[in-house]
Design a protein around this ligand. Sequence first.
Ligand SMILES: *[C@@H]1O[C@H](CO)[C@@H](O)[C@H](O)[C@H]1NC(C)=O
Ligand SMILES: *[C@@H]1O[C@H](CO)[C@@H](O)[C@H](O)[C@H]1NC(C)=O
Ligand SMILES: *[C@@H]1O[C@H](CO)[C@@H](O)[C@H](O)[C@H]1NC(C)=O
Ligand SMILES: CC(=O)N[C@H]1CO[C@H](CO)[C@@H](O)[C@@H]1O
Length: 601
Amino acid sequence: MFWYAILLLFAQKVVAEPYTNDDLMSFVTLPDARAVKFDIETLDRNRTAPGYWFVSPYLHIDPDGDSSLYEQYQTGPHIYDEDGTLIWTGTMQFENRNVFDFKAINSFDNKTYLSMILQYSHDGRERGYGMILNEKYETFRKLPLRKDLGVFDIHEFNVRKDGKSALVTVYLSEEISLAEFGRPNEKTFLETGGFAEIDTTTAEVIYDWRSYNQIPLSETNEAGDYLISMRFTNTLYLVSGLDGKIMWRLNGVNGGDFDSDFLFSKQHDAKFQESSGTRHVISFMNNASDEEFQEETISAAMIVEVETGTTPMTARVIKRYNRPDEDLTRLRGNSQVLPNQNMFVCWSQGGYISEHSPEGDLLMSAKFTSPRFSNYRAYKFEFTGRPTIPPDLVSSVWGSDETNLVTTIWISWNGATDVASYNFYAQASQFDTPVFIGNVSKTGFESMFMASGYVDWVSAEAVDHDGNIMGTSLIQRTQFPNWKQVGWSGYSDQPRPQDPSRFLGKGLGFFNDKADGSSFSSSDDTAEAQNRKATQTLANTYDAIRSIGGVFALILLLAVMSGIMASYLLIRGWRVRLYQRIPPKEERYTEEEEPLRPDDD
Ligand SMILES: *[C@@H]1O[C@H](CO)[C@@H](O)[C@H](O)[C@H]1NC(C)=O
Ligand SMILES: *[C@@H]1O[C@H](CO)[C@@H](O)[C@H](O)[C@H]1NC(C)=O
Ligand SMILES: *[C@@H]1O[C@H](CO)[C@@H](O)[C@H](O)[C@H]1NC(C)=O
Ligand SMILES: CC(=O)N[C@H]1CO[C@H](CO)[C@@H](O)[C@@H]1O
């Protein structure tokens, strides 16, 4: 009995701390994807650099095994704007696989591409790839690592400026003899690190360097030498591109080869910022701690200047950007000097990122609302995304009788940057002309439009800031509930979709989330005026509560809406059930089947 009580207590404690899922965004238009939310703590819009955040949240650093439980996709490459609004999720494209070092690159034909490391698969069937995507999010290069170099390491996939080659880190288990330790007949396995330079067209290995150490990062300078950062020796090395010999050491066990005014430890992401003759400017992340030890109390992004032409050689710290919450980043992380000289830093755990002015002012800090996810590296880049897939649209209708039917349309366009607004159309049938039923500004990753009445064969256009049509959705049927179950009490057994052109003419109206009512036909008859007033109130209310977000807002909106409707329509027994049903693939119509021509009338 006693043990039973203890057990019960324990069970209750476990139950009392459940995982919630409101730390993830969800979308009507992309039901299979969830995206981490950002909690933005600091944002000085006037001084942050232009650009989007490039992040790749992961749950565990090693791939998770397969599960037969249904699970929405959550990890992989993502792009956000600086308000934390999702721009692109690649989680479905990369099947929830872990992705690392996701960034934008300008190494090919003057266009911006995306590069990343696709981690090896859990079942071992794939050994990982260096991926390069174009601005349509299509695969441009998929580069395997030569078999004898093991799996594609997650630390670095660095496409060189000319686009011809890329630097990758390599981890290998090598069997070595213990002869030099006085045991000539014994052998052991040693985990060794190194790097390889691979051809970005053929994946051929151009250069390959090994050490008996563990190497997180590398990059080369103009002289063709390689900068190596070893976190377990707290040292940066310059390795000759000619013979692989170590030319100098910065920091480390014996203090290195420099007269230096700073120390660092467990560093990550060392990069040449400038390199000319004997002077090098190097940025890196000084995390000052690892899982076991800590040497300082605060991690920092550092920029240091190294002079190799003097005797002794000198190393001076130029800038140091402390972690804003004054905590330690014990693993991973990176720093990026932005074109305007701001410093962008990823402190890794919990997706913590920050941006700093060159003077060291904190301009932005944000982290995932979810403590469950982390992010190895984050970057900020300007980018134009033009997906080939059309915008995703979902339309559904509800109501309790003919007087209060409402069609709700959800729209998103995964990866499209610069969308300003959406135009919506409905048709009387598959063969009728699309009729413009209204427009909304893009409000987030996903936008919503509501039309009074029951419209079907719905489609939308994405419009840019200059009014150009950027893309058109497929035509979707409006989903409807089981009318009996939601308490339908209209004249007919069940409602039928209305002809949107006749509809507009009669002034029954559609409403816009813009309060100017610009999409209404101008007639001064009283019913229309009343209708406009009502829908305008509704639109204003919708605007006001939109920022609250989520289901709560929707419920509130429904409550307000029923009040308004009751005031000018004869309402009997308003009973609304919110429902969503996503059409299975075969219910969707292809553009070839359904040419969509916007009607300007
Ligand atoms: C940002 O810039 C705008 C326009 O230059 C200015 O009106 C505003 O006061 C600035 N805000 C801050 C916080 O500096
Ligand atoms: C890239 O742009 C520059 C300047 O606009 C131009 O001179 C060059 O030919 C372009 N290169 C390619 C490959 O399009
Ligand atoms: C909707 O379209 C009208 C007419 O083209 C335009 O004046 C208005 O700005 C648009 N509204 C939005 C939110 O795009
Ligand atoms: C192991 C090691 O080098 N730790 C150093 C970390 O960095 C701080 C200063 O940046 C030094 O005080 C530690 O000795």
